[in-house]
Design a protein around this ligand. Sequence first.
Ligand SMILES: *[C@@H]1O[C@H](CO)[C@@H](O)[C@H](O)[C@H]1NC(C)=O
Ligand SMILES: *[C@@H]1O[C@H](CO)[C@@H](O)[C@H](O)[C@H]1NC(C)=O
Ligand SMILES: *[C@@H]1O[C@H](CO)[C@@H](O)[C@H](O)[C@H]1NC(C)=O
Length: 405
Amino acid sequence: MRLPLLVLFSVSTTVTFKNDKQKEDGCGGQWDGSDLPKASMHFVVSLYKLVSSKTENAPPNFFLSPFSIYTTLAMLGLGARSSTQQQILDVMCLNASQADKILKDDFKNFLEKSRTKQGEVDFKFSNWLFLDNSISPDTQYQQDLLNYYSTYVQSIDFKAPSKAEKIINEQVSGHSDGKIEDLVRNVKSCTLIVLLDYVKFNAKWESPFTSQGTKRGPFKVNKLKTIEVEMMHQVGQFKTFKDHAHDCVAVEVPYTDQLVLLLIVPNNGDLDEVENKLSTRLIERYLNKAKTSLLDLYIPITFVQQEVNVQSALMKMGMIQAFNETADLSGISTQPGLKVSGIFHKTLINIAENQTESTEGAIIKVFTLPSALEFKIDRPFLALVYNKPMNTILLLGRVIDPSED
Ligand SMILES: *[C@@H]1O[C@H](CO)[C@@H](O)[C@H](O)[C@H]1NC(C)=O
Ligand SMILES: *[C@@H]1O[C@H](CO)[C@@H](O)[C@H](O)[C@H]1NC(C)=O
Ligand SMILES: *[C@@H]1O[C@H](CO)[C@@H](O)[C@H](O)[C@H]1NC(C)=O
């Protein structure tokens, strides 16, 4: 069985700035702003909470990849100076007084570790930076991008916006084997910088789901709406944790012994309580305290392809100046007036049985054992992909309606 394919990208267009420091307390109690994996977890949980909150016009289904947005922000941070840089690092839960070390050597290590291929798990991401051809990029910045982020500044004519858009989209589409189309939209002729990246995640389940096991079943989107979805099914040993305080159950479905999909399922289908209380501590507790039990597990086949507006969330988190005319991006270019005009983020994730090979062993699992506890994920849930050796989240999102994409 094959597993989720996830493609994710974020784009940021730069052209200008502002100056108002908003302290964010989402970086955890014993904050250590030099631990990148940990900081990235705090960052993505804070971001998730803002993006998912009802006031944000939040999409029912969406996923964020901290790596993708984080790398984009780090590349921007590398070229930012003064309070513009300080705000970017604060939002990333990183120690701004160590910006140079963190955004260079530490980040390079972080990216290399996360790119390591383990078994059948394929986690890849790429980043690009497009700069309008009227701006000459700083030579040192170009070298640093290449050295630490393995990417380079590409010169493009944004004054012909639709042509620029086409060039960028073709490049991304080609690079992602056609998985990501039309990544960049509505480019304006005043655009000076576009930063973009995408992530591809592709892995097989450790213990496969079979397509024979998949059946249609009800999924309760909310009190008033129940739909029919395809549920993949397997009986097996799964680590689970019952959180009585938040009235939810967490189930770990492994891809490998190092990489797991953690599903967090509120008993009453109402995500609010868990979303409000979500923290890296809570996630770590689920992962550390989960106990193995025999489950008759049903998971809805889910495909999520959703664009997420992360800009307003980042601004709420305190990254304001980078979007204002007063932004100091002088590390990228000394040309005045550079600012970030937008950051967009899109994910594509596919949770399915994808039975392409290895049905061996799987057949047995279709039978229901009498002692197995039935657990049907037939209501909204949170999901995250967690890398255990790195202690970090690769993806975090939610599914409210599996029939939407
Ligand atoms: C940019 O920052 C200045 C100074 O803080 C502020 O007056 C202005 O409104 C900001 N502009 C935008 C577009 O937010
Ligand atoms: C941030 O880095 C500075 C310089 O290395 C250090 O003195 C300070 O203690 C660090 N702050 C935190 C919270 O770790
Ligand atoms: C898994 O199956 C879905 C739908 O059947 C398909 O769209 C997707 O490309 C498959 N993914 C992989 C990794 O094979």
